[in-house]
Design a protein around this ligand. Structure first.
Ligand SMILES: *Cc1c(COP(=O)(O)O)cnc(C)c1O
Length: 381
């Protein structure tokens, strides 16, 4: 089945009790048993919920995976993955990671004896030197946030597997429409479903998708044992969002192209980071492993200062100043004080993240209106 058909149909069946074409919101905490232990496969809603089951099957199909599991947030999903490791194990992660992932690794898990190394991975060959016998997991994000670095998934998987480590890919920025890491050799895909998959800025949720039966069983155990599950209403909203994922992503990519070109040619703009621009350092890798370049981009001003960047962000009208990304409406953000404030300034600068950087999540509005909005705000600096 092709992506658009899966987006509309995968995982979803008419409700067996009524024929309702939309999966109902099973807003229940428990299920009645006929006799002790004799039930319809559902015992307690932390463990199983039919609305969640439909969503999990849909997510697995979108990523060409066998097992899909969803969690109360993207971070709850990542938390579940790291809980499968043991004290003494080592994780190698991308150095310009989502701020919350960095915080979870360093401030929560280091005290349980799990070690994290943060390294640049644009040059896949350079990562080999960092593996030790304790390295169990490579955690990558591609494209990265907010500098849109693109990592060669196939190559880093070969290197990690040769060292006996598994590879997890945070595929949030690309969405399953643009990139399927399992097909490129990754062992696990993680999503902040909150972003493109849900797509309407109305849900917080996370997901894990894998073909690894043993790892999936551990995730399922932890989903129930630790309990970071999403609510049935949220599962319903995400199921609804997924039905237009392909249409939204096409629009994000088209608008992304127009806005990136507009910025790249604007006299007030310094540098633009969008993987679709031939000037982007990882453009070739992006073109080979992604089906499009999405709507996420960052830029700096020619007259580069934090004050000017803030002036532009305050004066944009269609781009609302807010955390998050991937919704139908355009957003702008200031990584240094917002999404990446939990990473120390020194670490941020090492990763090339300047305090004057502006990040855009280009929505699906009219591209010309978006460019005019940017033009007006840029005229003020
Ligand atoms: C938002 C985000 C997360 C965290 O997900 P939540 O749903 O906010 O918990 C992780 N990774 C990336 C790339 C994100 O953008």
């Amino acid at each position: 089945m092709k992506f658009a058909t899966k987006a509309v149909h995968a995982g979803v069946q008419p409700d067996p009790s009524t024929g309702a074409i939309m999966t109902p919101i099973y807003q229940t905490s428990t299920y009645v048993q006929e006799s002790p232990g004799k039930h319809k496969g559902y015992e307690y809603a932390r463990t199983q919920n039919p609305t969640r089951d439909a969503l999990q099957a849909s997510l697995a199909a979108l990523e060409n995976g066998k097992h899909g599991l969803c969690f109360a947030s993207g971070l709850a999903a990542i938390d579940t993955v790291i809980k499968t490791l043991n004290p003494g194990d080592e994780v190698i992660a991308t150095n310009d990671l989502y701020g919350g992932t960095y915080r979870l690794f360093v401030r929560v898990f280091e005290k349980y004896g799990i070690r994290f190394k943060f390294i640049p991975m644009n040059d896949a060959e350079a990562i080999a030197a960092h593996f030790t016998l304790q390295t169990k997991l490579l955690w990558i994000e591609t494209p990265t946030n907010p500098l849109l670095n693109v990592i060669d998934i196939q190559r880093v998987c070969q290197i990690a597997h040769a060292h006996g480590a598994k590879v997890a890919v945070d595929n949030t920025f690309a969405s399953p429409y643009l990139q399927n890491p399992l097909d490129l050799g990754a062992d696990l895909v993680m999503h902040s479903v909150t972003k493109y998959i849900a797509g309407h800025s109305d849900v917080v949720m996370g997901a894990l998708i894998t073909n690894d039966d043993e790892w999936a069983a551990q995730f399922k155990f932890l989903q129930n044992a630790a309990g970071g599950v999403p609510a049935p209403m949220d599962c319903f909203l995400v199921l609804r969002g997924i039905k237009t994922l392909h249409l939204r992503m096409k629009a994000h990519c088209e608008n992304g192209q127009v806005v990136a070109n507009f910025l790249a040619n604007h006299p007030k703009v310094g540098q633009v980071w969008w993987p679709g621009l031939p000037s982007h350092p990882n453009h070739a890798v992006a073109a080979s492993q992604m089906r499009g370049f999405g709507g996420m981009m960052s830029f700096t001003l020619k007259n580069d200062s934090v004050e000017n960047a803030i002036r532009v962000m305050e004066n944009l009208e269609l781009f609302s100043l807010a955390e998050s990304l991937g919704g139908v409406e355009s957003l702008c953000g200031h990584p240094a004080t917002m999404t990446h404030a939990s990473i120390p300034k020194e670490e941020r600068e090492k990763a090339g993240l300047r305090d004057s950087l502006i990040r855009l999540s280009v929505g699906i509005e009219d591209a010309q209106d978006l460019c005019e909005d940017l033009d007006r705000a840029l005229a003020l600096v």
